[in-house]
Design a protein around this ligand. Structure first.
Ligand SMILES: NC(=O)C1=CN([C@@H]2O[C@H](COP(=O)(O)OP(=O)(O)OC[C@H]3O[C@@H](n4cnc5c(N)ncnc54)[C@H](OP(=O)(O)O)[C@@H]3O)[C@@H](O)[C@H]2O)C=CC1
Ligand SMILES: CC(=O)[C@@H](O)[C@H](O)COP(=O)(O)O
Ligand SMILES: [Mn+2]
Length: 396
């Protein structure tokens, strides 16, 4: 528990990743207000140990149990009193008094259990792991409501909307008429579908504006990232798909827009650096210095450009809107098939254009059923993974 009411004790899940690194950068700038007490990673013990040496958390968690002895030994060799745990201890740690704030930045559906645990335990939940909302948005939002958790979206677009709404979420006021998510367009903006057949992994992960992990970078290249974000926005802000728009904005300076019923549109602008969104969450409702410079629009080229997304070249965005409209288990199937397809692409087992094809195939093969509980969603997720793995193996 916090030793003083102003000190926030933060669990950083996905600490060795891109968001984890940005979160720890902001935390380290505010030793009087923020402390990293729990650091969790997947399997990269060396990177986790290095973070433990720097941030001296009370607990370090490695999901891969086989790596636990190496973590223990590394902590002992560094004479740190950080306790080492395997992944099965994570949910209990998050739910207990080791932290009051959780940065949920594990990549993919693997982040759902810990995100749910933080929501149920009523923590301040800084939610970057968008896949958990896509997979189980209704359950997660209900868990947060019942547990008394405060969710601050960290995804830059949703963080922008959160700021425009001054922290209100789905308050039923009816004052918001529409939200518009901006999209960079990714590394292949402007190209037609045929020209994408032979793009490489290196080209796909080279995002023009943001420095991010490989999975979300490929999602940005296919525009699935924006599709996942539409579903994420639906759950966070309580708007139906037909009141959520997407606008390509190649400069990535306007992070999203909210239109109100009186004709006002508010937007949040800033340099493309996730430390701003993380500082909003870590300090909320106060503002914290983040290390990000203010925006000089003239230095950034003096122009803000917008264009419609091309869903012929990038059908993943259309598939996500369709999955949201279909409801039930459809978003879980979309997410699982996409995770498997992106992983296969990153391992060079399938091509870039197979990603939308595999997702569409899974959605057709596994029609939606009502998603009334976690078991149903977990089953849909597992079936979509199996189906997509088999489809990749069949075409190999
Ligand atoms: N990067 C960004 O700017 C943004 C990211 N997001 C979202 O944030 C999340 C993280 O993205 P990003 O930081 O880019 O991803 P990275 O690939 O950079 O990092 C992923 C992190 O998750 C950890 N991890 C993977 N599997 C597990 C597991 N089973 N249990 C515990 N930890 C695990 C990894 O550990 P290890 O290193 O040990 O493998 C690593 O710390 C994603 O959901 C993404 O969509 C949203 C908006 C922007
Ligand atoms: C930083 C962030 O929030 C990413 O989700 C970003 O939006 C990716 O860029 P795209 O707009 O290209 O998907
Ligand atoms: Mn985003």
């Amino acid at each position: 528990m916090s030793t003083s009411s102003s000190l926030r004790e933060v669990a950083v899940l996905g600490a060795t990743g891109s968001i984890g690194s940005s979160a720890l950068d902001v935390i380290a700038r505010h030793p009087d207000r923020l402390r990293a007490t729990v650091l969790a990673a997947g399997r990269n013990v060396e990177a986790l140990l290095e973070l433990c040496r720097r941030h001296r958390p009370r607990h370090a968690v490695i999901a891969d149990g086989k790596a636990l002895p190496a973590l223990r030994e590394g902590l002992r060799a560094a004479a740190l009193d950080t306790q080492a745990h395997a992944g099965d201890a994570l949910d209990a740690l998050i739910s207990g008094d080791a932290c009051d704030t959780v940065v949920a930045a594990i990549v993919g559906a693997a982040g759902l259990p810990s995100t749910l645990a933080a929501a149920r335990a009523g923590k301040r939940l800084l939610l970057a792991n968008k896949e958990s909302l896509v997979l189980a948005g209704e359950l997660l939002m209900r868990a947060a409501h019942e547990g008394g958790a405060t969710i601050v979206p960290i995804d830059s677009e949703h963080n922008a909307i959160f700021q425009c709404l001054q922290g209100r979420q789905d308050d039923g006021s009816g004052e918001v008429s529409r939200i518009t998510l901006t999209a960079s367009g990714g590394p292949f903006r402007g190209r037609d579908r045929a020209s994408l057949a032979n793009v490489t992994v290196e080209q796909a992960v080279a995002h023009p504006k943001w420095s991010m992990g490989p999975k979300i970078s490929v999602d940005s290249a296919t525009l699935m990232n924006k599709g996942l974000e539409v579903i994420e926005a639906h759950h966070l802000f309580g708007l139906p798909g037909d009141r959520i728009g997407v606008l390509v904005h190649p400069q990535s300076l306007v992070h999203s827009l909210v239109e109100f019923i009186d004709g006002s549109t508010l937007a949040q602008l800033g340099l493309p650096d996730m430390r701003t969104a993380l500082a909003v969450g870590l300090g909320w409702p106060r503002r914290l210095e983040s290390g990000v410079a203010g925006l000089d629009l003239l230095a950034e080229g003096g122009r803000l450009e917008f264009e419609p997304p091309d869903t012929d070249a990038f059908p993943c965005l259309r598939l996500a809107f369709e999955a949201l409209a279909a409801g039930g288990t459809a978003p879980a199937v979309l997410n699982a098939a996409n995770e498997v397809a992106v992983s296969a692409f990153l391992q060079r087992r399938t091509g870039f254009l197979s990603i939308p094809a595999l997702v569409e195939d899974a959605l057709e093969a596994l029609p939606p059923v009502a998603a009334d509980c976690l078991d149903t969603l977990a089953e849909a997720d597992a079936r979509a993974r199996c189906h997509t793995e088999a489809a990749i193996a069949h075409h190999a």
